[in-house]
Ligand binder design. Structure first.
Ligand code: TMP
Length: 212
């Protein structure tokens, strides 16, 4: 039986979602919660190995292969980490989830979106986030931020058209699902943190109910 709260952070490269995830986690801890902080691809030892393959800029990987690798990572992550934590009543914050596959492998790489959704559901065992927080940003801005950080990974190195399609894929999902919330990643980190907190605070159970 699932009892916890499941929140996914999504968005194009360089939108600051990982920073916002860490800020929310810190705020939750201050309020007495003990959130599980995780990410995709990865989140378990086996899935982290899959991540290394997926993001390696030296490798040539077909779009279908890429999607199957993300799905393999997700299948492991859900069963080993996310589902047990939610069953325990924990708050789980994940840096990316199924929405990324729809945006990147569906809209970006051009795989059939219905196929992506259907394998997503299978890999995630039907699990969907209670809220998906989308940090939306123009890819020219996001990619400039990412490139300033160092060598881009295999996905970051894809061309601008690809990243424009990914952004459109995220916006389409946000328009389609009430559980998605769009934030303007161009806002400063402090303003974003407040906006995220306003969205999440009403969903929180009393700290005593989400142990340990
Ligand atoms: P990160 O930059 O958030 O660490 O994510 C790693 C990369 O993997 C990022 O470029 C987005 C991409 N990605 C997909 O293409 N499909 C997916 O299903 C997931 C989870 C991530």
């Amino acid at each position: 039986m699932r009892r916890g709260l499941f929140i996914a952070f999504e968005g194009p490269e360089g939108g600051g979602k990982s920073t916002q995830l860490m800020r929310l986690a810190t705020r939750l801890r201050t309020d007495g919660y003990v959130p599980i902080v995780t990410r995709e691809p990865g989140g378990t030892p086996a899935a982290d190995r899959i991540r290394d393959v997926i993001l390696d800029p030296e490798l040539r990987i077909e779009p279908l292969t890429e999607f199957l690798l993300y799905s393999a990572s997700r299948a492991q992550h859900v069963r080993e980490v996310i589902a047990p934590a939610l069953a325990d009543g924990r708050i789980v914050l994940t840096d990316r989830f199924t929405g990324a596959s729809v945006a990147y492998q569906g809209y970006g790489r051009g795989l059939d979106v219905e196929f992506v959704r259907s394998l997503n559901a299978r890999a995630a065992d039907g699990l969907e986030p209670d809220r998906t927080l989308l940090f939306d940003l123009d890819p020219t801005v996001g990619l400039a931020r990412v490139n300033a950080r160092g060598t881009p990974d295999r996905l970051e190195a894809a061309d601008l058209d690809f990243h424009e399609r990914v952004r459109a894929g995220f916006l389409a999902q946000a328009a389609e699902h009430d559980s998605w919330l769009r934030f303007d990643a161009g806002d400063g980190p402090g303003a974003l943190e407040e906006a995220v907190w306003s969205a999440v605070a009403p969903l929180l159970p009393p700290p005593a109910d989400v142990g340990p």
